[in-house]
Design a protein around this ligand. Structure first.
Ligand code: KIV
Length: 261
């Protein structure tokens, strides 16, 4: 039987010497690949807006859309902790909204939810309802317009603000925190100051773990971002395969007699 990663298991990984490996997934294929590869955490990120729905930010993503992809991912994840992102607007207005929307995600198979920014009241209410919460600080993509673009956070005076938010979320019961697009030295300080594990993206090598977007790791994105690394050339090898398929069909070498019922 595959050992199941739970939120308390992730929390206990801090200081254990084992780094926490997190990867996003959006459908049954990406989820099976991540799960079979043995990652610790699979996140149905609202990055699905960019990676699979073609939006130019995460802002339009709805709870219905996350639930739709979550149900597919749920069918293939066996072992890793399954976390679902709370999309923009699903927790920002009031605590009851946050609880209602997180409950929907849990009913569709999530084992924890992630929310961006300074929402200790929502976090505490979710924990009270039995829902583990992953926090997200630094550059939080749902606030891209407030930041004026994809800007590094946690520099100068901003460092104290990010640290304070992370501490408030920790006190409210978050079991881990994603730290996005901050200087590596600041991520090291956050990691030392917090008792919950830090999970970096664009935050250098000193966090307790790392999270990346499936399409970036697989080389499926149309560019390689500075915070990412493509571990294979998915996009170009898929394109080569699609071209070879077209050549084979047009040239009559596929399908052959062996490809019939
Ligand atoms: O939506 C997402 O995929 C994320 C991670 C990359 C941190 O929030």
């Amino acid at each position: 039987m595959t050992a199941r990663v739970t939120a308390p298991v992730v929390y206990a990984m801090k200081g254990s010497g084992k780094r926490i490996v997190c990867l996003t997934a959006y459908d049954v294929t990406s989820a099976a690949i991540a799960s079979e590869a043995g990652v610790d955490v699979v996140l149905v990120g609202d990055s699905l807006g960019n990676t699979v729905l073609g939006y130019d930010s995460t802002l339009p993503v709805t709870v219905d859309e996350v639930c739709h992809h979550l149900r597919a991912v749920r069918r293939a994840v066996n072992g890793p902790l399954l976390v679902a992102d709370m999309p923009f607007g699903s927790y920002n207005e009031c605590v009851p909204d946050g609880v209602r929307n997180a409950v929907r995600l849990m009913k569709d198979g999530a084992e924890a939810v992630k929310l961006e920014g300074d929402y200790p009241d929502v976090c505490a209410a979710l924990v009270k309802a039995g829902i583990p919460v992953m926090a997200h600080v630094g550059f939080t993509p749902q606030s891209v317009h407030l930041f004026g673009g994809h800007r590094v956070q946690g520099k100068g005076d901003g460092a104290n603000q990010v640290l304070a938010v992370a501490k408030r979320m920790e006190q409210a019961g978050a079991f881990a925190v994603v730290v996005e697009l901050v200087p590596a030295e600041f991520a090291a300080l956050l990691t030392a100051e917090l008792t919950m594990p830090t999970i970096g993206i664009g935050a250098g090598p000193h966090c307790d773990g790392e999270i990346q977007v499936f399409h970036d790791v697989m080389g499926l994105s149309d560019r390689v971002y500075r915070h990412a690394r493509a571990f294979t050339n998915g996009r170009s090898s898929f394109k080569r395969a699609a071209k070879a398929y077209a050549v084979a069909v047009r040239g009559g070498s596929f399908p052959g007699p062996e490809n019939s019922a």
